[in-house]
Design a protein around this ligand. Structure first.
Ligand code: NAP
Length: 335
């Protein structure tokens, strides 16, 4: 029989009191991590976030209407319904869910320390960060109204562009980066014409993407232009453009608007606790791994992925993060 000294007891007590795995975020990555962690008997707790004016629990899919490209839903599924199903599946294995934000973290000692928006101090042996990213919007009132009601305004052509409402229409893409071009090229499969609206006369995108867009007969460019209003009651009918050189305003009819002006990862609560890239995305130590610069902290989903940004890839990295966290806990005897 092992006899414990006072300091040993304190040591074991602290580790026994700490959560084995805390998952921050409740999109496809967070819920998938929870399903895997719960089925591995790690008793995960998910901080799903508090509803606010910029984000709700469930993340970006809560603002998506029909999801047609997530395998397993042959007739499509509403984004909010899909997130409810993910959550339900994680709770089937007794995942605990708290509707709170994690407001700050301290990864400088182990167990890690987290503080919730309710003021609770949490200790965690491992952490999975799956707080996602939010699409940047133009923040025009009618843009936001139509985006939230499935009225033909979207920040993801790959998610929404194939929907019947966009077929054979003139579609507008705003932005001049690789994402905007990727979206415009994708939309040419469905649209009668794609008009790229960019605020300068030079694209930011890589040369090869620029070349692809410029040589596509279905893509036209509207240079030196910003969108200052969006028209339409239930469905978009057009946009108002302003010329950035002479301030002239013109109206243009269209059947869809795709905003592709970048994403902002939800990482501000992390401060400088781990390594982020120059745009604020969490860096992982190796490609095809989710371990971050802090041993015992893992990242999954759009918060670490500026490239694919799909629900299915987020779910995939959520699975990877849970498996890596489990293996790490086992290797340290902390499971
Ligand atoms: P990005 O490179 O930051 O480009 C954002 C674009 O939106 C820029 O052209 C910017 O204009 C414009 N913009 C920003 N705010 C605006 C506003 N308020 N109004 C109007 N226009 C606005 O973002 P991204 O295209 O999402 O790409 C992110 C990263 O992922 C990049 O590193 C990119 O190379 C990479 N990526 C690669 C691929 C690929 O290789 N196939 C595909 C997608 C993304 P300015 O140019 O005037 O600043």
């Amino acid at each position: 029989m092992i006899s414990l000294t006072g300091s040993d007891t304190l040591f074991f007590w602290r580790f026994a009191m700490a959560e084995r795995i805390v998952i921050i975020g409740s999109g496809p990555a967070g819920w998938t991590a929870a399903i895997y962690a719960a089925r591995a008997n790690l008793d995960p707790v998910v901080y799903e976030g508090e509803p606010s004016n910029i984000m709700v629990p469930g993340g970006q899919l809560m603002y998506t209407t029909e999801v047609e490209n997530f395998p397993g839903f042959p007739s499509g599924v509403q984004g909010a319904e899909m997130m409810a199903l993910f959550k339900q599946q994680s709770q089937r294995f007794d995942t605990r869910v708290l509707t709170e934000d994690i407001e700050s973290v301290n990864f400088s000692s182990h167990p890690f320390k987290l503080k919730s928006s309710e003021g609770t101090d949490i200790e965690a042996l491992s952490v999975i960060i799956a707080t996602g990213a939010r699409a940047n919007w133009l923040n025009l009132p009618n843009e936001q109204r139509l985006a939230k009601t499935g009225g033909g305004v979207s920040a993801c052509a790959i998610c929404d562009g194939g929907l019947p409402g966009y077929r054979d229409k003139v579609l507008v893409v705003v932005g001049g980066g690789d994402s905007a071009i990727e979206e415009a090229l994708y939309l040419t499969k469905f649209a009668s014409k794609v008009i790229m609206v960019h605020r300068r006369d030079e694209l930011r995108a890589s040369p090869i993407m620029q070349e692809r867009a410029k040589s596509n007969p279905k893509i036209e460019f509207k240079w030196n232009s910003v969108i200052i209003d969006v028209f339409g009651d239930k469905i978009i009918s057009g946009i108002r453009l302003q010329d950035t050189i002479n301030n002239d305003e013109t109206d243009m009819e269209c059947g869809g608007l795709f905003v592709a002006i970048g994403h902002t990862p939800n990482t501000s609560f992390l401060g400088d606790s781990l390594e982020l890239d120059d745009k604020g995305f969490i860096g992982t130590r190796q490609s095809w791994r989710t371990a971050t610069s802090v041993v015992g902290v893992f990242a999954a989903g759009d918060v670490m992925d500026p490239h694919y940004k799909q629900a299915i890839t987020a779910a995939g990295t959520g699975c990877m993060a849970a498996l890596e966290a489990e293996r790490w806990l086992v290797s340290k005897g902390l499971d």
